[in-house]
Design a protein around this ligand. Structure first.
Ligand code: ADP
Ligand code: MG
Length: 245
């Protein structure tokens, strides 16, 4: 691995050559067809075309089964599209092998999930800091960055608490701090408010909105929650694996 700590993506070019792109996410005729058994084929994505500029907060909406999770997985390289093109943060994912994809994800992407995904034995601080250990960041920098991210989500006072000592909204804030730890250029979130009551969901959406603005991150958030509309810059509606008008 080369540079461990490139600066946060800004409108100006950074030292990271892969930051030199017009679209944070670009797809062309992207298909994902799941084979189930010997005969059944489930087309989860049916020709997705996207051009998403950096620095935007985008909602990916659509009913359950419309392909939201599949699309997020294809954009992070966790799943392999059946055909088409996917270029994310300037990298053509189809041209990368598994090891390259893993490193690229670790360097540039952040993830937030519906069920938080925190490690129960670790404190809020340790959950965030672990990401930086995995990345090989040195102790001093790890400490500073972890505190910075916990501050961003308003949880510094709670940093020694374990997940079970925190509310759902606080746990999701820890997960957001963890997603921010590696200074990602893109955050992918899958139903991040799905387990929260509506006032907590609003807090989290407001937090996402300010993070996208202030940290200049692109965020693609799958959700079928009507609340999200007023917080995002754009809504992509998925219907049966296609972007609906
Ligand atoms: P959403 O996240 O919008 O609820 P998904 O992306 O999970 O939708 O699913 C889209 C479609 O693909 C659904 O019909 C689902 O049943 C199918 N699907 C998802 N994952 C698999 C899989 N691993 N194998 C077979 N079919 C799948
Ligand atoms: Mg889903």
């Amino acid at each position: 691995m080369t540079s461990h700590f490139t600066p946060m993506a800004k409108k100006t070019k950074t030292a990271d050559p892969s930051a030199d792109y017009m679209y944070a996410i670009e797809t062309n005729a992207l298909w994902r067809v799941y084979k189930v058994g010997a005969h059944l084929e489930v087309p989860a994505l049916r020709g997705i075309n996207l051009q998403i500029e950096p620095g935007h907060f985008i909602a990916l909406k659509g009913r359950s089964g419309s392909g939201k999770t599949t699309l997020l997985n294809c954009l992070s390289g966790l799943d392999q599209p059946t055909s088409g093109m996917a270029r994310v943060l300037g990298r053509d994912l189809m041209q990368m092998n598994d090891r390259q994809l893993t490193n690229w994800r670790r360097e540039h992407l952040g993830f937030v999930f519906q069920s938080f995904g925190l490690l129960p034995a670790l404190s809020a601080y340790e959950n965030v800091e672990l990401m930086l250990r995995i990345k090989g960041v040195r102790a001093r920098e790890r400490h500073d960055r972890t505190l910075y991210c916990l501050d961003l989500v308003g949880l510094r006072k709670w940093m020694d608490h374990r997940p079970y000592e925190l509310s759902g909204g606080q746990q999701q804030r820890v997960a957001i701090a963890r997603a921010l730890a590696n200074k990602p250029q893109l955050i992918l979130a899958d139903e991040p408010t799905g387990e929260l009551d509506s006032s907590t969901a609003r807090e989290i959406l407001g937090l996402f909105q300010s993070i996208v603005r202030e940290e200049h991150i692109t965020m693609l958030m799958a959700s079928h929650d009507g609340l999200v509309d007023e917080y995002v810059d754009m809504i992509l509606q998925l219907k049966d694996g296609q972007v609906a008008e």
